[in-house]
Design a protein around this ligand. Structure first.
Ligand SMILES: [Cu+2]
Length: 163
């Protein structure tokens, strides 16, 4: 609720929301944040952590930008490479410990990049069927509340190499 309220306030201040809300379309302004000519849900920079033999979990990262002009949400991820894929958020507790908790759905406001990165949102791959070596490509299917699902390839990189 708070987030929606802030969004509305920004719209009023910047007058950047165009004809949003009147006819169900938010116009090109809502897409501008995802780059010129972007459309759909744009997925950039997908990568996955390598996993040596014996390590059964890994994590995948990417940046999503909703260029549909409508609010949407990431509601699930699946992969043929592991028993399960879950959206998680890592957070730091007051005493400095990192914890992570499942996220059932993640809002994708129009034109606002949402970043999955170490220390924050990630897709946890649980029960890998085989080790992941640097350069491997893992298939991930992202499911959205409104937009059609997208299947992407995440390239494997060793921990610590994040660009
Ligand atoms: Cu996790």
């Amino acid at each position: 609720m708070k987030r929606a309220y802030i969004g509305l306030a920004l719209c009023l201040l910047a007058a950047a929301c165009g004809d949003g809300g009147k006819d169900g379309k938010s116009g090109p302004d809502a897409r501008a944040g995802c780059g010129d000519g972007a459309s759909g849900i744009v997925v950039t920079g997908p990568w996955v952590r390598t996993a040596p033999q014996g390590q059964t979990n890994s994590a995948a990262y990417f940046t999503l930008c909703n260029a549909t002009g409508e609010p949407d949400a990431l509601v699930g991820v699946s992969t043929p490479e592991a028993g399960a894929a879950e959206m998680h958020e890592s957070t730091q507790t007051d005493d400095g410990m990192m914890t992570m908790s499942p996220v059932s759905s993640l809002d994708l406001p129009p034109g606002e990049p949402v970043r999955f990165a170490p220390g924050g949102y990630h897709v946890m791959l649980i029960g890998l069927f085989q080790p992941i070596a640097a350069g491997d490509e893992l298939s991930l299917t992202l499911k959205f509340r409104n937009a059609p699902p997208e299947t992407i390839k995440a390239v494997a990189k060793a921990p610590g190499v994040i660009n």
